[in-house]
Design a protein around this ligand. Structure first.
Ligand SMILES: C[S@@+](CC[C@H](N)C(=O)[O-])C[C@H]1O[C@@H](n2cnc3c(N)ncnc32)[C@H](O)[C@@H]1O
Length: 112
């Protein structure tokens, strides 16, 4: 934590050496258009709490396609991916941490 962040009062701020590489975009999660692929997606307390089932499935599919193979999706510890979700496995399900896998890979490509 201290390697990447510096505490400023009640907030943790990304150290400048890393911040220069970070791009902040304001986007509607239902229509993700970011270029490139990612090692990590943090999606806490939004899609998997407030979106309806169909929209959750669609957002999850888009996140899957934006993650590199083996990439990590972190959602809230009070949230969960539906049992029908494919292309992820629960790395630490209690903490809401999932890893991307090819849809054809292992366990029939189902969430486990
Ligand atoms: C409950 S807050 C959670 C904020 C933060 N992720 C957290 O866990 O502390 C939900 C956030 O999602 C944003 N939001 C609502 N609908 C959205 C959408 N369709 N796409 C992207 N962000 C959205 C809201 O503006 C709000 O900032």
């Amino acid at each position: 934590m201290t390697q990447g962040f510096v505490r400023v009062e009640d907030e943790y701020c990304l150290r400048p050496v890393y911040r220069d590489e970070v791009e902040f975009l304001k986007q509607d999660l239902r229509f993700i258009v970011s270029d490139g692929t990612f090692h990590l997606v943090l999606c806490h307390n939004l899609a998997f709490t407030y979106f309806d089932d169909a929209t959750q499935s669609e957002v999850l599919r888009k996140i899957h396609d934006k993650l590199r193979p083996g990439g990590v999706l972190v959602i809230g510890s009070h949230e969960s991916l539906s049992q029908g979700a494919s292309g992820f496995w629960a790395w630490s399900g209690k903490q809401g941490i999932y890893r991307q896998m090819d849809r054809g890979e292992g366990c029939g490509g189902k969430l486990r």
